[in-house]
Design a protein. Structure first.
Length: 753
């Protein structure tokens, strides 16, 4: 159950030490020692950070958000370590008793999960801080005990911590507020132990530290909001553009007011905890002992931070700034700059009184206003406040001067070039005259934007960073234009390279179709291809029977279509069997086996090619050609040959040698629909079982056959795989044999590796 937030309450804490006697087994606490001024030895502040620290915005943002927006689960870990380390048995006994207490109470007030927690907020302001006996029913004892000891980070809320700690200190006989303040100090000490270096970048003293926190908190929140560790924050602004924390410093720098703007009221626990946190930060980082008063409301709560020494400032007297202030001129007659000089140095400044009416403005604004005299005119007649989200009220603006202001010129300005132009800068409170001073510069994007507004580079003072930004933007724009041109040129080159690559692949594919792979590769690289001698090659020559007579009775187009249809099938067979087509001349189709890939089965592969060609011809019927019976004759011979590239402009891959001529002669001596093989091919095929032959008369051998060649000639009739039945087609038998040959080749390659 939350404490009564709708009623404003005041709470005050100073640095103290826990005290009470305990009968539960925890160690006896000693009375607090007299307050002492902290020594420099207690400081953890480091030297001025240097380049080697490598602290970036991400490190600063993470350290800042972790310090100012503590998770309930992290606080629970601090409480657990603090009390469990003293006496683990007592700690677990209290947790167990607390769980049992919760499991026997009503369901109206104590939420242990997110759903019930949201519902409990409706009761805020209707009940006062309840006794622990009013807590909700949380299931059986073991479940509650396990939940509290093994809680997941997203299941713990501040309400849980408040109720548990009240029960804890009641059992231990301690003061609850002092315990929570002490836990806040311990949490701050833990954060500073790991993150003091990033936090040192924020400010030299406590006032600068808190003021700059307000200025950079939105940037820090955006920097870490996408991180998992910071995605489940309990601190959400009541409005999207309202920052969670605002800081106000009074004139003598004796008091700081830190306001938390929240969407949902936060319990008494958080106020006590953050009070201790601020005390530890002030003491450890800036050597100041502070007193914190807390005022809690329904949608915000304020921390009033003062030096514990009454009337003392919150700035360390030993700091460089404090020592320098004593040398400053502080009387009006000692002012060394005339108003006109100030107007030229800060051309876009203005000063307004408590009624927000113009008292003074710079030369740049004079140029914008033109002939219109804006003295004693309300600033709302000229400007709209774009950022931050604040109205035209002196006190409202005064309390947000730690933020950057963006003002937009209204449309009622006579010079239309300046309408809706924006000025960015800061507002400074002039305490001595009760006025507000705005120092700013126009927001423009480059020289073109500047001149389009009727301004010139000379209108921007030399000391103003806007001048450098404009010039840098012009340089960046030129670089961006060059980058776009380079990117466009790069895209053009890439597209051209892609087109070249496509054409290259086409050429490579075409070369691979015409030449063996190793020959095609050398031709593409522009290298010469030397002639090569092959010892074991089987050559196949084929011829269509009666081709001359067929040509005399058919049109040329019909002949071409017939050859294309037939030879396309043969090309497919070459790929399946892995033999190389050397050339086609008229009706002659020539194949070489063992040429592009050396193999001991070159004769077998050539014979398979011949059998498939014969089977295709037997089932082939020419279109638009009147032929009684379409037939072919084939001749095979195995031997050596010489291969090479002939020609440069239109190179051709040719085979040379006596055995090539002899293979052609065996085709000439063949018969229609028969495969004539030489004695050498016959001898090689006999080593591969299940080929069927028809022997021929030795007189059928060509007269060009060498005398040392065996006088045997034969026709290859068919092939039957030993593991297949004879009634299957010739194609199936050959396919099975090719699988066996490929398996043998793969085994040989693996053994060779």
């Amino acid at each position: 159950m939350l404490c009564p937030m709708m009623m404003t309450g005041n709470y005050s804490w100073t640095e103290n030490t826990l005290q009470s006697s305990s009968s539960t087994g925890l160690q006896q606490q000693q009375p607090p020692p007299p307050p002492m001024t902290p020594s420099h030895d207690t400081l953890i502040r480091m030297d001025t950070p240097n380049d080697e620290d490598k602290i970036d915005l991400k490190h600063i943002s993470m350290a800042l958000m972790k310090l100012l927006y503590p998770k309930a689960y992290d606080i629970l870990e601090i409480i657990r370590k603090n009390f469990q380390n003293r006496n683990k048995d007592v700690w677990e006994d209290i947790c167990k008793n607390f769980a049992a207490k919760c499991s026997t109470t009503s369901t109206k007030s104590y939420p242990f999960n997110k759903d019930s927690s949201n519902g409990s907020i409706q009761n805020i302001g209707k009940e006062k801080c309840p006794n622990i006996n009013n807590n909700t029913d949380c299931g059986n004892e073991n479940d509650k005990y396990d939940w509290f000891l093994d809680a997941k980070p997203d299941t713990i809320t501040y309400d849980h911590l408040e109720n548990f700690t009240k029960y804890l200190v009641k059992k231990l006989g301690l003061n609850w507020e002092e315990v929570i303040v002490d836990m806040g100090e311990k949490y701050a000490r833990q954060c500073l132990a790991t993150d003091s270096k990033p936090l040192n970048f924020i400010g030299e003293n406590l006032i600068e530290f808190l003021v700059n926190i307000e200025n950079i908190q939105s940037i820090a929140y955006k920097e870490v909001s996408h991180m998992t560790d910071f995605s489940n924050r309990a601190w959400t602004p009541s409005q999207p553009d309202l920052l969670p924390i605002t800081v106000f410093v009074n004139n003598p720098e004796t008091k700081i007011v830190v306001t938390y703007n929240i969407m949902e009221p936060i319990c008494h626990f958080v106020a006590c905890f953050l009070s201790g946190l601020y005390q530890r930060v002030a003491r450890s980082l800036f050597n100041i002992v502070i007193r914190v008063n807390v005022e809690i409301g329904s949608d915000q709560y304020k921390f009033f931070i003062e030096n514990r020494q009454s009337g003392a400032t919150l700035v360390n007297d030993d700091s460089f700034v404090s020592r320098y202030k004593s040398y400053l001129l502080n009387r009006p007659e000692q002012l060394l700059m005339y108003i006109q000089t100030f107007k030229r140095v800060f051309p876009f400044h203005f000063v307004c009184d408590q009624n927000l009416r113009f008292i003074q403005y710079g030369t740049g604004l004079s140029k914008i206003f033109g002939a219109q005299n804006k003295h004693n005119v309300h600033i709302s007649n000229v400007f709209n406040i774009v950022q931050p989200n604040v109205g035209f009220f002196f006190e409202s603006i005064r309390h947000r001067i730690n933020l950057a202001f963006i003002l937009r010129i209204r449309d009622n300005i006579s010079n239309e070039h300046f309408r809706r132009m924006e000025l960015q800068g800061q507002i400074i409170e002039c305490v001595e005259t009760k006025c507000l001073l705005f120092l700013g510069s126009p927001i423009v994007k480059g020289l073109q934007s500047l001149t389009s507004r009727g301004l010139f580079l000379s209108d921007i003072p030399i000391h103003d960073a806007t001048r450098d930004i404009i010039l840098i933007e012009e340089q960046s724009r030129a670089q961006e234009s060059l980058k776009r041109r380079m990117d466009k040129l790069k895209d053009t080159i890439q597209k051209a390279n892609q087109a070249v690559e496509i054409e290259r692949s086409k050429n490579v594919a075409l070369l691979n179709l015409i030449f063996p792979a190793q020959v095609a590769r050398r031709l593409w690289l522009g290298k010469s291809v030397e002639a090569r001698h092959y010892d074991d090659v089987t050559m196949l020559f084929s011829d269509i029977v009666g081709f001359t007579a067929i040509c005399s009775t058919a049109t040329p187009m019909a002949i071409i279509n017939m050859l294309n249809e037939l030879y396309t099938q043969f090309d497919v067979f070459c790929g399946e069997i892995d033999v190389y087509k050397t050339e086609t001349i008229g009706d002659a189709y020539c194949v070489a086996s063992g040429l592009h890939r050396q193999t001991s089965h070159h004769a077998v592969l050539a014979a398979f090619m011949a059998l498939k060609m014969m089977e295709a011809v037997k089932n082939f019927t020419p279109k638009d050609i009147n032929v009684e019976k379409f037939q072919m004759r084939i001749g095979l011979h195995s031997g050596s040959c010489l291969s090479g590239i002939v020609g440069v402009r239109m190179p051709r891959y040719c085979l040379f040698g006596a055995h090539v001529t002899l293979a052609n002669k065996f085709e000439s001596q063949s018969q229609a629909q028969r495969i004539n093989i030489s004695p050498t091919t016959y001898r090689l095929l006999q080593k591969f079982p299940k080929f069927e032959f028809t022997l021929r008369d030795p007189n059928c051998l060509p007269k060009e056959c060498p005398a040392n060649l065996e006088r045997k000639s034969a026709f290859v009739d068919s092939y039957h795989h030993p593991k297949l039945t004879a009634n299957l087609s010739q194609t199936k038998h050959i396919s099975r044999a090719l699988e066996d040959i490929n398996s043998i080749h793969n085994d040989n390659n693996q053994s060779g590796d």
